[in-house]
Design a binder for this molecule. Structure first.
Ligand code: BYC
Length: 355
């Protein structure tokens, strides 16, 4: 049994997270077939047409007029998301050379490589909004755009690779599946591909933890220690509580976000409890219990002051992550130059042949 392979979830058609991704993909196809409301005639109110497209659950595309604030919000969120994928390679990359077997090493390498791919899909989606990838990278390196708080925590043992897969990728999927229905077409389409791959990532993490928790007492203790350290930072990934979330109301009205931070956090907790039982590991929350009235688990909130400190740059690994990213960017300058020179040479050759 791997990760979210539970009867009645992914096994059932349309059920579970992967089922929801497939349903979102189908909805995208249907929306494209249905066609959008007739385009605005010259002189029409562009805002009214934008509102009509959103109300009809159709997609806004790069060529469309959109409110400046919608464009800015999308650039902020998609860029932050792309940067998270790239910085997110660091904590796991830390274990590639120390994976316990060749098989584990090959799997981890492939996973970290997938994260680079996700970053690229997302930078490409952001570029459709009129900003270049170079500009986005500069904004990250200058500390003017963020990346997810979660990647500012250290990976101390091999079990942390399992905990990242199960909890961090699990939280990421719960957050990202609704983004497959985001109102901006290029982001929604990128998220479908990302979520399908992300689902394998969660399963590999779960499988690592399952192996450890059914191994020696020392291995089980290592797995439990990792869960103890990653649980609350994973809950914090969903962002501040709804009352303190500055962007949620507007982003939900624009159908960029489909659920609030707290709604998704609750969904994640409910999903993890059953999986933790099968793992034989304990979620580190003595107040975690089923609430019959709410039909959901009551749980202890993460420390939101800590989240704000980490977001502002004062987490355990913020400086290390940014130093590494800046160095990797500088070290890669020759590759970018070589690729640009090669592309220019090819273009000149094509022109010569065409002439
Ligand atoms: N970390 O008004 P709110 C992955 C900021 S990649 C840092 O609720 P919003 C993976 C927020 O930006 C995971 N900052 O904001 C990769 C805002 O700041 P500003 C990344 C956070 O946008 C590799 C302020 O707090 N996933 O999983 O409505 C390997 C107020 O928040 C965080 C995404 O990026 C945070 N945790 O909602 C493995 C998903 N939370 O700009 C795994 C896409 C909040 O006003 N993003 N902030 O200064 C989203 O869904 C939304 O942007 C969020 C926040 C739910 C994260």
């Amino acid at each position: 049994m791997y990760g979210n392979d539970f009867p009645g979830t992914d096994d059932a058609p349309g059920g579970g997270l992967l089922g929801q991704v497939e349903a979102a993909e189908e909805a995208l196809r249907r929306a494209a077939e249905r066609g959008r409301p007739d385009g605005p005639a010259p002189g029409d109110d562009l805002q009214a047409y934008f509102d009509e497209v959103i109300a009809a659950d159709q997609k806004i595309e790069p060529r469309d007029w959109m409110p400046e604030a919608y464009r800015k919000t999308l650039i902020r969120q998609i860029a932050q998301h792309a940067h998270s994928e790239i910085i997110g390679m660091q904590p796991e990359g830390n274990w590639i050379s120390r994976a316990p077997s060749l098989k584990r090493k090959a799997i981890l390498l492939a996973k970290v490589q997938d994260e680079a791919g996700h970053g690229l899909y997302l930078y490409a989606a952001a570029e459709t909004l009129g900003i270049t990838r170079d500009e986005l990278v500069e904004l990250l390196l200058a500390g003017r755009q963020k990346y997810s708080s979660i990647f500012n925590y250290p990976t101390l043992s091999w079990a942390d690779v399992g905990a990242i897969g199960w909890l961090v990728d699990g939280a990421a999927i719960v957050n990202q599946v609704p983004l497959c229905r985001c109102s901006y077409g290029p982001y929604a389409r990128a998220m479908i591909r990302v979520c399908k791959e992300e689902s394998f990532h969660q399963r590999q993490g779960y499988e690592i933890l399952h192996t450890l928790s059914h191994g020696t007492p020392a291995q089980k203790a290592m797995a439990q220690d990792a869960i103890d350290r990653w649980w609350y930072p994973s809950l914090a990934m969903f962002g501040p509580p709804d009352g303190d979330s500055t962007h949620s109301a507007q982003s939900m009205a624009w159908k960029i976000k489909r659920f609030s931070n707290d709604e998704l956090r609750q969904r994640f907790v409910d999903m993890c409890v059953q999986q933790a039982e099968i793992l034989g590991l304990t979620l580190p929350d003595p107040d975690l219990r089923w609430n019959e009235d709410r039909q959901a688990y009551d749980y202890t909130q993460p420390d939101y002051d800590e989240l704000m400190r980490v977001i502002k740059g004062d987490g355990p690994c913020n400086r290390e992550r940014m130093t590494h990213r800046r160095r990797a960017h500088a070290d890669g300058a020759w590759v970018r130059e070589a690729a640009a020179a090669y592309a220019a040479k090819r273009a000149a050759e094509r022109e010569r042949v065409a002439a």
